[in-house]
Design a protein around this ligand. Structure first.
Ligand SMILES: Cc1ncc(COP(=O)(O)O)c(C=O)c1O
Length: 472
């Protein structure tokens, strides 16, 4: 494709994306297709000869769009949001246009330096502990996902707990990791990948608000020490996936500090809320953390993927992950004056993700991001009050931020049917969780296009569908 053709088709593509944004509410939020429907409309083999770009452009709308679940719809209340925004899309497009692979500083200095700068900006924006700043022994890096941030933290913790010998000789002794029963499944996955063994993940009980019980954590650590095991890693969560519960990081941090255990704090969705001073209490105790991650790709208007990961001791992370084959040797690396982010992550190659984040932070500014967060939190509070006032419904958990866990009082089966009917109908999309064994509906508000009318619409829809189901 020549630059002239690229210009022509690029304009069409931007038009199609803008058309999509304008028409998004006309699509069923959850894709209604059945397994295999998309593939059956695709040729078995790749084309022998190249095809006209116009044909490709019309095919994606006809053959692919029906299989899309519309995460950017203002009526998408499922999982946690995956924000997209104009500036992020355009920043990502430029990043694709540059086609940069920023594995080391020398392969594109701006890719590394803008990333370091954006990580420092995020510290400023969220008022994160200064020990994560690039001018300290710590620092920040953009990972693809919070899952990989957790894995990197656990690997560094493993090495630190074994005097950096596990990388060399494999794990000697039984290292133990701790997290709450409400933590994200990525913690368990990391424990398996890091070679600790699933049985060495201690799942700590939670209190009635679904936050980790620190006394139970302390007790378990003592028990493991007495059994000759090595407590190595605690993952606390700020904003659990099920109900946005907030673990008591301060108390957990004190325990970790006393027992010399690495504390990772996973704030994948909730972290963005700290852009608003009145919500910053969610980070109480964070100064005790060894590492911390949150996803601008969830609630900070930045397209997937963009997960901000910070460490207190960059040496521990780098020593864990570094590898320097001859073909990557270069004077800048050897000078010790630059950051090579390939040593801060699992994979070697990396995209220029900082560009879209830079676009977002500049276009919206602190005020724009605060407004987005506050709108979501206020709408969730309003929704919560409607549930509270309706005698047919009950709340199942506190909602400190943007997610409300609730259900119709008619029990598990009724609520499951209600959710399925709502999603089939396509006007809204929401998902579920289980809290204290009870099937719970979960309404998470995180889309920048979601306005009060959409949340009112969702509540009316839920009640209408429940009445219909009740009558059937
Ligand atoms: C608390 C928490 N941690 C981790 C994750 C995983 O995020 P990612 O997809 O970035 O790995 C999620 C996803 O929703 C989450 O809610």
């Amino acid at each position: 494709m020549t630059p002239a053709q690229f210009r022509k088709y690029g304009k069409k593509v931007i038009d199609q994306i803008a058309d999509y944004q304008e028409a998004i509410e006309s699509y069923p939020v959850l894709s209604p297709i059945s397994p295999g429907d998309i593939r059956k409309n695709l040729p078995k083999h790749p084309p022998e000869k190249g095809e006209a770009f116009d044909t490709i452009l019309s095919d994606w709308q006809e053959k692919i769009l029906p299989g899309i679940t519309h995460w950017q719809s203002p009526n998408f209340f499922a999982y946690f949001s995956a924000n997209a925004s104009g500036p992020a899309i355009l920043g990502d497009l430029i990043s694709s246009g540059l086609g940069v692979q920023g594995m080391i500083w020398a392969t594109s200095p701006a890719c590394t330096e803008l990333e370091t700068h954006m990580m420092d900006w995020l510290i400023d924006l969220l008022d994160l502990p200064k020990h994560f700043h690039s001018t300290t022994e710590g620092g920040g890096v953009i990972q693809d996902t919070a899952s990989n941030g957790t894995l990197c933290a656990l690997l560094a913790a493993r090495e630190k707990a074994t005097q950096f010998k596990s990388n060399e000789s494999g794990i000697q002794g039984e290292l133990v990791a701790y997290t709450s029963s409400q933590a994200h499944s990525s913690v368990e996955k990391a424990v398996k990948i890091a070679g600790l063994g699933r049985k060495n993940l201690q799942v700590i009980e939670v209190d009635k608000e679904f936050a980790m019980n620190p006394n139970a954590l302390e007790k378990q650590i003592k028990k493991d020490l007495e059994a000759g095991k090595i407590p190595a890693f605690v993952c606390a969560t700020i904003g659990t996936t099920s109900s946005t519960a907030i673990d008591p990081v301060q108390r957990i941090g004190e325990i970790c500090h006393t027992c010399d255990i690495w504390l990772h704090v996973d704030a994948a969705m909730a972290g963005s809320a700290a852009a608003c001073p009145e919500l910053r209490h969610i980070h109480d105790g964070l100064e005790l953390a060894d590492s911390y991650a949150f996803n601008p790709h969830k609630w900070m208007l930045t397209n997937f993927d963009c997960s901000a990961f910070f460490v207190r001791d960059r040496e521990a992370l780098i020593r864990t992950l570094t590898i320097l084959p001859e073909y990557l040797r270069n004077p800048a690396t050897e000078s010790g004056e630059v950051i090579d982010y390939r040593d801060w992550q699992i994979q070697l190659g990396r995209r220029f993700r900082a560009l879209k984040l830079w676009f977002v932070l500049r276009y919206y500014g602190k005020e724009g991001i605060q407004e987005h967060i506050r709108t979501c939190v206020e709408l969730a509070e309003r929704f919560r009050s409607w549930v509270e006032e309706d005698p047919d419904y009950e709340l199942l958990a506190p909602s400190p931020l943007n997610t409300v866990c609730f259900r119709h009082k008619k029990g598990d089966r009724f609520n499951e049917q209600l959710m399925n009917k709502l999603n089939e109908d396509g006007k809204i999309c929401l998902t579920h969780t289980r809290l204290d064994g009870k099937f719970s509906l979960r309404l998470a508000i995180g889309q920048p296009q979601t306005k009060e009318k959409h949340v009112i619409g969702a509540w009316n829809r839920i009640r209408e569908m429940a009445s219909r189901l009740d009558r059937s």
